[in-house]
Design a protein around this ligand. Structure first.
Ligand code: SF4
Length: 255
């Protein structure tokens, strides 16, 4: 067994073939993985930052108790659509404890997922808001909020083990929507580790780009990140985002 807070190692792990691809999970369930993940302290800079933010708080959330820990994935264990973001926002996921919850990025994401039929409501404000996903699962490449929303390369690599583990426990995934260039790059990195591809696929990031890893893996769809900066500048409009979610839905749920 892993020591509490230890990121999983991938050597010596039993392999099994799930849904046409190799899965290598140390854990038997998402609940078991989550219990380990939320104790992880492998990145000293991020551990210090997530706690500092939780202690200091933003004035508007002064009365709330911040989560201040790694943020696990959220959604349907039988998901066919996997959404991969960058990292929790300091006053979003790091506050609420649920990814893309309580921030502007989440407003756009869950509105689009609702329009596409993947959620029971278009808003995501707290872990107790009643949101349910059906056929979709949302996760971040890095589980702890980073300063300036910019994780270091060493932190991205360190957290990759959790991403591989969690995806390995989602055997029905057929489509991946990667939010932003970093999430897109990490998705292609883990593709080889998950047996989705015999070698690392090479593809340049572009909004709407599609990388087909079938038959061993899913189809990967790239999108600009639904960040406040991208939406305020008009780089990403709600219509553009709805369209790319629709594309990802097409590959997740083919007619
Ligand atoms: Fe652990 Fe990932 Fe957080 Fe680093 S970013 S402390 S590996 S959960």
């Amino acid at each position: 067994m892993l020591a509490a807070g230890s990121a999983p190692k991938h050597s010596d792990r039993p392999s099994k073939r799930v849904g046409g691809r190799v899965a290598r999970s140390t854990y038997t369930s998402l609940d078991e993985l989550t219990a380990r993940l939320i104790e992880c302290e492998r990145c000293p800079r991020l551990v210090a930052w997530r706690q500092q933010v939780a202690d200091e708080k933003r004035a508007a959330f002064r009365s709330e108790e911040y989560w201040g820990r790694p943020v696990p994935g959220f959604g349907d264990p039988q998901a066919r659509l996997l959404v991969i973001g960058l990292a929790p926002a300091a006053h979003g996921g790091n506050r609420t404890g649920r990814i893309f919850t309580g921030d502007r990025s989440g407003d756009l994401l869950f509105s689009a997922l609702h329009s596409a039929g993947f959620s029971n409501q278009p808003t995501s404000v707290s872990r107790a808001d009643g949101l349910r996903l059906k056929g979709a699962y949302v996760v971040a490449a890095v589980r702890c909020a980073p300063p300036q929303n910019k994780p270091l390369t060493v932190e991205i690599v360190e957290c990759e083990a959790w991403l591989v583990e969690e995806i390995s426990l989602l055997p029905q995934v057929r489509s991946v929507l990667a939010l932003g260039s970093l999430a897109f790059a990490r998705t292609l990195e883990v593709a080889a580790r998950l047996g989705w591809s015999s070698k690392k696929p090479r593809a340049r990031f572009a909004h709407g780009a599609v990388v087909d890893l079938r038959p061993t893996g899913p189809t990967v769809v790239a999108s600009y990140h639904p960040s406040q900066q991208n939406t305020f500048t008009g780089r990403l409009t709600p219509a553009m985002f709805d369209e790319v979610v629709s594309t990802a839905r097409y590959f997740a749920l083919p007619a």
